[in-house]
Structure formats: structure tokens, C-alpha cells
Design a protein around this ligand. Sequence first.
Ligand SMILES: [Fe+2]
Length: 286
Amino acid sequence: MELFRRLFGKTAAVPFVNIHCHSLAAVDDGAASETVMEQMLRRAYEDGIRFLCFTPHFHPPYFQTDPARIACSFEKAQKFAEAELPGLRLFLGNEIFCRQNTAEQLHAGRCRTLNGGSHVLVEFAPSEEFSTMQSDLLELCNAGFRPVLAHVERYRALYHEERAAQLHRSLIFLQGNCRVLAGPRCEEKAFLKKLIRSGTLDIVADDCHNLGTEQPGLSAGYDAICRQFEEDEAERLFYRNPLMVLTDGVLPPQNTGRRIPIYGNRSRWEDYNHKEEENIKKIYTI
Ligand SMILES: [Fe+2]
């Protein structure tokens, strides 16, 4: 990882991977225009993000942007990145408001998985009941998808007992929002830290929507984690796990030495390490 330190010259030893953002122009409640999109991409880049997945909301009837319009906006973002932000890799997905028919919507091509793989970023209403969340998520798993639950700190139903751990054990990946981790002390931040201590949080993303209160960036959260936990934990949350989700690999071993069931097979992790190195070589021509 020394290479990345030299390449990026930041506190982080790795390039950041952001799997949840709304910086694609004019497709949801995120970037309002192409200019704002470009400014948001530039800010993400300056913060050290090198792998970025746009995840426009898919929440009919409120957000159901024509896939052709999303593809057109994505093409513009790619052209801008190629010209201005060397080494930034862009991907496409959706943040899907989870319902019983989500698997059908995915199979019908009305919404997207992350980078066309098996992982799906999903959200619920903050007040949703645990039983509904659990059954809808497991239904997605049974349909062959791997759900990634967005901004896990929003769901008060998960604050009780070991419910978050229960989802985690069912191979549902839990994503926390960076600005909560980097922000002032609050109940949501305490919940995320509890999940990190128990090895239950999988990914941190910025869920940026604009250049103001919900702006792009992961470095503040990375630094906050490094101050309170091992740097390896920060690398797991901001780099290894999100990169694995984008490349459809398997979860690496936990820093606690425990392994995730099913994916926790040593040979598969070694295989993934190998694939990851190949990916990175392709991107950075090491
Ligand atoms: Fe979001």
C-alpha cells in the first residue's frame, strides 16, 4: 500500500471507494446540473476517491428516472473524468427503495445492481419495522442478490438487541454514512461505532447529494476511524469491502480474525486478493 501513499499523498494509505452517491446530473435529488456534477466529482477526486459508483434513487413513483437519461448523464460524467480526473473509475448502480417486488424490478431491468454485479444497494423508510426489513432483504438474497443496506444508522428498529448482527450474519452488508462518523457525538454515531467494535459494519460511503451539507468526501470519516480503531479497520471499511462489492468478489477476513460465513473460505479470499491485485494493476499500471 506504500504505492498509494506516494500516489495520493494523503493520510489514507489506500484510494477510497465510494459505492453510494447522488452526484450524477439531474436524475434524482442529487446534483442539479452538469456543472454541479463536475464540481462534485472534482471534490471527490481531491478527497482521494478513485472508485465511485453513482447510485440514483429508484423509488417509484417519486424517483423513477428513465434509464436512457441516466445512461446519457453517465456518459457525460465519464467524458469529464477522462479529460480532467486521471485514474478516477466510475460505475453505475441504483439506491433502490426496497419492497417485496424489488427482485422482479431488477430482473426486468427497471433498476440496476451495483456495477451490474450481484450486490444491490437498498434503503427503507427510517421508521420501517424490523420484520419487514428482514423478510424483504432475505427475499432478495433468495432471488440471488446480495443486498447492501444503505445508511444503516437511520433505522431505529436495528438499535434493539442484536438485530443488525442478525442481518449481518444473513450476509446482508451494512453501510454507514461517512458524515455521521465524522460528525459530532450523537445516537447514530454511537450506533455505528458499536457496529464497528463488533465487526458488523461492512462499508462506509458518503451518500453525497450536493456541495453543501451533503457534500462528497470520505477522508474525514477515514481519519476519525483511524483515531479510534486500527488503520486496518479503516482500510476494510473504505477500500477493501467496497471494492469487493463493486468487483463482485468475496468479503475479506475481519480484522478481528473472524470470518464471514459462506464467503469466509480461505481459498476464495486468496483468490479474491489475486483478482483485486489484477484489477489495481490494470487501473494504475503498477
Ligand atoms: Fe442515498
